[in-house]
Design a binder for this molecule. Structure first.
Ligand code: SF4
Length: 354
């Protein structure tokens, strides 16, 4: 067979067999962070907008309307950002963490109350140190110059958007040259995303749940699905599809993550985004239920009655387990049928994938 093909080849003009190999549209030659393209006038506008938001905070869908110089709203964080950990981080997608790590800045506090939170001690208990935007900016420079990380990754920034905006503007003046990753639950307001427009390069956005009733129970926010849909659309409008340089490191665009939840694969199938490969519930999940003095009946938080599924003595027992392969498969199959194809699979050799 091979011999026949070789015999036929001379009759085909060489030029007719040549093919054009165009680089895929998501491959970049090089990249300059968006904040370096801001004019000084735009930077000044962002600064004054950031201070205005702090004086009357409606930065997220909680719409507290408080003056954060004087008091706190639902997120329990005032005008100074509280930070738990600043370090090169290797727990992100390969295209974000690369070989040197992502420069993670874990913000304490949160505007959500996910009952399975994996950073419960940081997000709910607000452990951390207070840092001004100027101090934050200096840490970004340390991550860049000493840590040699690939990006600055602000984890859970939704409730400290003004402080983060001010820190990025200051860091740009100090010499920051790395892309900014906005690592969010997607429980953002359009106003805060507008403030971040021009400052963020990569939106690393969760899309957790689809149903308002499930969101109410597990996230304590029944408007989450609608908010996430609007936020993710706004993020995509700002930065477009995820783009990489030739080394496999993401530089700009939107990357949506979906944590497949036990028994909630139908919601995952609706959401159709990236799949998570690991899940371990924390925070309130799996803890023993309290018993009321009067009736002896078991209760959830603040006296709420929880659905009687699974172990009756354990809180949220229906999601107190790892997801099964079948649950992941349902969501992945639905993603493929919906036309999605750039999946982030864990490397079989345990290393970095390009
Ligand atoms: S960021 Fe905090 S204070 Fe502002 S609206 Fe959201 S929860 Fe309320």
């Amino acid at each position: 067979m091979r011999h026949c093909l070789l015999q036929r080849a001379p009759s085909v003009p060489r030029t007719a067999r040549r093919r054009l190999h165009l680089a895929p549209p998501f491959l970049l030659d090089n990249y300059t962070p968006r904040y370096l393209g801001l004019s000084s006038r735009d930077a000044a506008k962002k600064r004054s907008l950031a201070y205005a938001h702090l004086r009357n905070c409606n930065l997220c869908p909680r719409q507290c309307g408080v003056n954060r110089h004087e008091t706190t709203g639902m997120c329990l964080i005032g005008d100074t950002a509280k930070v738990n950990v600043i370090a090169p981080h290797f727990g992100e997608e390969p295209c974000i963490q690369g070989h040197n790590g992502s420069g993670a800045v874990f913000m304490s506090g949160c505007n959500m109350r996910c009952i399975f939170c994996q950073n419960y001690d940081i997000a709910h208990q607000r452990n951390g140190m207070d840092l001004t935007p100027e101090a934050l900016a200096e840490w970004y420079l340390k991550l860049q110059d000493v840590g040699n990380v690939h990006n600055i990754n602000i984890v859970t920034p939704e409730h400290v958007v003004p402080q983060v905006a001010l820190s990025i503007l200051h860091a740009a003046e100090l010499g920051l040259r790395l892309p900014i990753v906005y690592n969010t639950s997607s429980y953002d307001s359009l106003a805060s995303l507008e403030l971040m427009d021009g400052l963020v390069d990569i939106y690393l956005a969760d899309f957790k749940l689809w149903e308002p009733s499930t969101s109410k129970r597990l996230l304590k926010a029944d408007d989450y699905p609608q908010t996430a849909r609007e936020s993710i659309k706004a993020m995509h409008k700002q930065v477009g599809d995820l783009c990489f340089t030739g080394d496999g490191i993401a530089k700009v665009g939107l990357l949506v993550r979906h944590l497949v939840m036990p028994g909630r694969e139908a919601e995952g199938a609706e959401i159709m985004r990236f799949l998570a490969s690991e899940y371990h519930p924390d925070a309130h999940v799996g803890k023993k239920k309290r018993r009321t003095k009067a009736s002896g009946a078991v209760e959830g938080a603040k006296g709420q009655t929880e659905p009687d599924e699974g172990d009756p003595d354990v809180r949220y027992s229906d999601i107190n387990r790892a997801v099964t392969n079948e649950e992941v498969s349902v969501v992945r199959k639905a993603a493929m049928e919906a036309g999605l194809w750039r999946f982030c699979d864990p490397p079989k050799h345990g290393g970095f994938v390009i």
